[in-house]
Design a protein around this ligand. Sequence first.
Ligand code: VGL
Ligand code: ZN
Length: 194
Amino acid sequence: MKYRIEGKEDALIIVDVQVDFCPGGALPVPRGDEVVPVLNEYIRRFRAAGALIVATRDWHPPNHVSFKNYGGLWPPHCVQGTEGAKFHPDLNLPDDVIVVSKATDPSREAYSGFEGTDLEERLRRAGVRRVFVGGLATEYCVKSTVLDALRYGFETFLLEDAVRGIDATPGDVEKAIKEMLERGAKKLRLQDIG
Ligand code: VGL
Ligand code: ZN
């Protein structure tokens, strides 16, 4: 199946491609940095088509509830304003990228880019109908963002060559992909764009 990227109705959503989620970071996704060159190619193509480009970022306060010291599951990561919270330095985000900061409330975890943000409203206002989602990590923030996009009625594509997961329990990533597809997401790779 070949898909054409349409300027008006399509958006590329890049999820949490941040220093802390890449090798050497505070909460590294194994081979997380491998999504960067692939996403750069998606960015190039979506830009050429005049489509919207969105980058979400995990943007926690230092006392966030998801951190181990505050009762959560994770080591501190993506703390607002720190080096680890920056986008990967090789990610070629365009100047007009829409940056969506999430999980900023100290008392609430939010994996989805739609949760507690104006992402849905911004997509609607721009007339977006289809969203294409890649980034980190497959079974957490990518999955939640994809499922919310489906719930909101967007035609939703998982960029399967531009996601990586943690797979803390082997099989987690596979299960997450299966769930996204069952809920109606479609898989897409670079070569499916024509
Ligand atoms: C994420 C764990 C904790 C993610 C964010 O971006 O997938 N995972 N915070
Ligand atoms: Zn987080």
